[in-house]
Structures are given as structure tokens and as C-alpha cells.
Design a protein around this ligand. Structure first.
Ligand SMILES: Cc1cc2nc3c(=O)[nH]c(=O)nc-3n(C[C@H](O)[C@H](O)[C@H](O)COP(=O)(O)OP(=O)(O)OC[C@H]3O[C@@H](n4cnc5c(N)ncnc54)[C@H](O)[C@@H]3O)c2cc1C
Length: 439
């Protein structure tokens, strides 16, 4: 049986950053992920926003981590060679109730130590973003808000952890945990693994994983959200636009680092997991027309997300990050929702620190946090829409991509107008030459 100092369960963005942070210490670490690639769960479908920190209650862990993470985000993305755009955001309101919400968020933002936050008039907001509706009365401007591709960030963190000696077990589902002398035996559907400490980052199933060995009073209720992706070529706002309606949160429009506009809905009840709802999509389109009337709604894709909502035993919703340590060598991140992407590095360092202290592991002077993005274009173009070459696809396979989807998420194949209809077969053939050993 293979043995490690620490095992991370779940390869979402949080597990990937926990693994990378473990590499800052002298210890052996492994990540166990049920799916064929990392970042295929909640991390796969989210709004891609690096939040400023005005949405979180002053004094909460969320607020402290979010503000700190936002300040260092550029540095983090430079280290990991991941595109990051500090595009700023406007939270808009068209009525009195919305204006009052913006004022409260402004006060919270100031209490959280944010710089540059400004309450502005509708006219000033329209000067900044001329596509905004005439109905917008006021806006909260946050220049520090940004956007990052969530799975690119998680994959980069994971690659960097592997460069630093951590191990990755994909297609490996944890089935049971047994506490044993000096640690745990992890029974998976492939092999048994021994570890001295566990970091549980199993996302929507984190409470289930904790219950494999310890009680967990937290339960997770799921809800959903719908998303639209617009073609890159349309004219669009340059900042993230939030809509605060008189009856609560509305849509959010995000000009992504890839150039597309991503638009999401407020939370809705979950039907089938990851299935979009026709009413949800229609409702986003209607709200978008009201908020950005001139926008050409050139939709190239729709998808849905699942959101974990942690609840305590008495049924109350838990609003702060829920971190449990049921035993000294076991730490769980349970139902981490927004701003979990923004705080992934902070949360990873936090749980790895708990683990390292338990293991009495000293810092690792050999840790190197730098990773380089794939950049080896040659003349043999496979993805015609995005201009992605065979050499880039081969390099993504060399770094661990084993499916067409995994290649797409590393080099951007299939992200253009044809959505992969022209290149997917060619990529599958290249993957086959890899599995035949003839690549
Ligand atoms: C709709 C929506 C929008 C959001 N927008 C933002 C945003 O704009 N900005 C922001 O900061 N945050 C945002 N968030 C929050 C952010 O997406 C999450 O906090 C983050 O992605 C959670 O990552 P995770 O690693 O906990 O979970 P996941 O990505 O779900 O990863 C958990 C992994 O554990 C694996 N797993 C589970 N059980 C097992 C098992 N038994 N064995 C092996 N593996 C297992 C799963 O396969 C999965 O890959 C949003 C969330 C939602 C839902």
C-alpha cells in the first residue's frame, strides 16, 4: 500500500491549491479525484469573478480572506502564468431598495478596508459603460474586482504541485476511510492508500467524506444557476456588471479573460444536476435586455451550475466559510461557495498550514511556485477557430490531459464559434496515439 504524509480528497480549485500549499512543506502529498480531470465539479461552472470583498460581513473569515486574496491576485496569476483581468465592476440599481443595498455594501466595503470603492450616479456609470440602460439610477464602482478562468487557475495550481513532487490520482473515487495507527487508510475504487493526515476538499460531498470516519453536523443543500456565453466578437461592457433589482440579486455579466461575455442568473431551485432550465435562460435574456438594451445577444453556449449551501444541524444557513477539524490530522472544507474561487489560495494555505503543524513538517526550501502556461505553437493548426496547434495539444497531453475535454480546458480547443465540431475528432485521434504509445 502506498503511503503519504498527507492526502487531499477532491481536485476542485480548493483541492488543487491545498495540494500546492502542502508542497511548501517537507512532506509527501497525494490528491485523489474521482473524475478524469481536476476542476470538473463546482469549479467547472462558476462566474469567474475575483471579488473585491464588499459582499462579506465585516470581521468574517470570508471578508478577511477575500480582501487579502484580491490584493495578491495579480501576483498569484503571474506566478502561475494564468491570465487575470482586473477589469473593475459596477453594481447597478434602478430603484430605492437597490440603492439602499448598494449603500450598505459600500459601508461594508469600507469597513473591510477596500480602497477605491465609490458610489456613483447612473449618469457617471453610463459614462463608464455606455451600454448601460437609462433606468440605472446608481452604481457601486469597485476598481479592484477582476476575472480569472476558474479551471485554468486550478489546473495551473495542480500542475505546479506536481512539478514540486506531489502526486495525482485521477479516476480514483474514495469509498471509505478507516482510522488506524498514526493515520488513515483510504479505501478507493482502485487501491488502498495510507496517509497520516487528510484534507477533505470534496466540494458537494465534503460532508459525506467527513462522515466516512467522523460525525459531521453540517449538511449541504444544493441550488442551481444558469449561464449564457456570448460570442467574442460582440460589443460588450469592459467591466463586470452586477444587477441589484428591487426584489433582490439579478444577473451578472462578466467580460471573461478569453474575450467572451459570460452572463449568469441569480440562484434557482435545482432540478436535474447541471441541467439548464428553459425558463432560467429566457429570464436571463429578458433581464439582460433591461440592463444592457444595446447588447447583441449572440449566444454560443449555455450551461448550468450547482451550488453547495451549508446548513447547521438546526437548519440555519452557514454564511461564513465552513472549516471543520474533527480530529487533529483531519481538516474539511465543507460547502465552500462564493467567494471560494477568489480565496482558493488563501484557503489552501490555511488548511495546509493546519496539516503541516500537525505533522510537524518544516518549510520546504526547494518549493518553486512558478509554472509556465503551454506556449509552443507550430504551423500545424488543429483547432481552426482558436488557432491551436498540434504541438500545444501534445504538450497538454504530456502534462496530464487524457480526454478531449481536458485538452480543451488546458489549451482552449473547441472554445470558438464551432464549439469543437471541427477539431474534436482530430484531438481524439491524437489522444489515441498517446494511449497506443505512438505519440
Ligand atoms: C454558480 C456559482 C458561481 C460562483 N461564482 C464564483 C465567483 O465568481 N467567484 C468566486 O470567488 N467564487 C465563485 N463560486 C464559488 C466557487 O466556485 C467554489 O467555492 C469553488 O469552485 C469550490 O471548489 P471545491 O474545490 O470546493 O469544489 P469542486 O470544484 O466541486 O471540487 C470537489 C471535487 O471533489 C471530488 N470528489 C467528491 N467526492 C469525492 C470522492 N469520494 N472521491 C474522490 N473525489 C471526490 C469531485 O469530483 C470534485 O472534483 C461560485 C459558485 C457557484 C456554484
Amino acid at each position: 500500500m502506498k503511503s503519504y504524509d498527507a492526502a487531499v480528497i477532491g481536485g476542485g480549485v480548493l483541492g488543487c491549491f491545498a495540494l500546492r500549499s502542502l508542497c511548501r512543506y517537507r512532506l509527501s502529498a497525494v490528491l485523489i479525484e474521482a473524475q478524469a480531470d481536476v476542476c470538473m465539479g463546482v469549479t467547472r461552472a462558476n462566474s469567474a469573478i475575483v471579488y473585491a470583498g464588499y459582499d462579506n460581513k465585516p470581521g468574517s473569515l470570508k471578508a478577511r480572506m477575500c480582501v487579502r486574496a484580491n490584493r495578491h491576485f495579480h501576483e498569484l496569476c503571474s506566478e502561475l502564468d494564468v491570465p487575470f483581468s482586473r477589469c473593475g465592476s459596477l453594481m447597478t440599481s434602478c430603484g430605492e431598495k437597490g440603492n439602499a443595498v448598494l449603500e450598505k455594501k459600500y459601508r461594508d466595503g469600507i469597513a473591510n478596508g477596500l480602497e477605491g470603492l465609490e458610489l456613483i450616479s447612473g449618469d457617471k456609470a453610463r459614462k463608464m459603460e455606455p451600454m448601460l440602460s437609462r433606468d440605472v439610477q446608481s452604481a457601486l464602482y469597485a476598481p479592484m474586482t477582476g476575472t480569472v478562468n476558474p479551471w485554468r487557475l486550478g489546473i495551473a495550481a495542480c500542475e505546479n504541485a506536481v512539478q514540486n513532487g506531489a502526486e495525482l490520482r485521477l479516476n480514483t473515487k474514495l469509498l471509505a476511510i478507516k482510522e488506524t495507527d498514526g493515520g488513515y487508510i483510504l479505501h478507493t475504487d482502485r487501491e488502498d492508500i495510507f496517509c497520516k493526515a487528510v484534507i477533505n476538499c470534496a466540494g458537494l460531498s465534503a460532508h459525506v467524506v467527513q462522515r466516512m470516519v467522523y460525525p459531521c453536523a453540517v449538511s449541504i443543500e444544493k441550488d442551481a444557476a444558469d449561464f449564457l456565453v456570448m460570442d467574442r466578437d460582440i460589443e460588450k461592457p469592459s467591466r463586470i456588471i452586477f444587477q441589484e433589482k428591487e426584489d433582490g440579486k439579478g444577473i451578472t455579466a462578466v467580460p471573461c479573460t478569453e474575450g467572451n461575455l459570460l452572463v449568469d442568473s441569480a440562484p434557482r431551485a435545482m432540478t436535474r444536476p447541471y441541467a439548464t432550465s428553459a425558463e432560467g435562460i429566457e429570464s436571463i435574456k429578458k433581464q439582460l435586455t433591461a440592463l444592457l438594451p444595446e447588447l447583441e445577444q449572440d449566444i454560443i453556449r449555455t450551461f448550468a451550475a450547482l451550488r453547495p449551501n451549508p446548513h447547521s444541524e438546526d437548519g440555519r444557513s452557514i454564511n461564513d466559510f465552513c472549516i471543520e477539524t474533527p480530529a487533529p490530522g483531519f481538516v474539511s472544507l465543507i460547502g465552500i461557495k462564493t467567494p471560494g474561487l477568489t480565496c482558493a489560495e488563501e484557503l489552501g494555505r490555511y488548511v495546509a498550514g493546519i496539516c503541516a503543524e500537525y505533522l510537524q513538517a518544516p518549510p520546504n526550501p526547494a518549493f518553486d511556485g512558478h509554472r509556465q502556461a503551454i506556449d509552443c505553437a507550430d504551423g500545424d493548426i488543429v483547432c481552426l477557430c482558436e488557432g491551436i496547434s498540434r504541438a500545444e495539444i501534445v504538450e497538454s497531453i504530456r502534462r496530464g490531459a487524457r480526454t478531449v475535454e481536458a485538452v480543451k480546458r488546458r489549451v482552449g480547443t473547441g472554445m470558438g464559434r464551432c464549439q469543437g465540431s471541427r477539431c474534436e475528432i482530430k484531438i481524439a485521434q491524437i489522444l489515441e496515439t498517446y494511449s497506443n504509445g505512438t505519440l
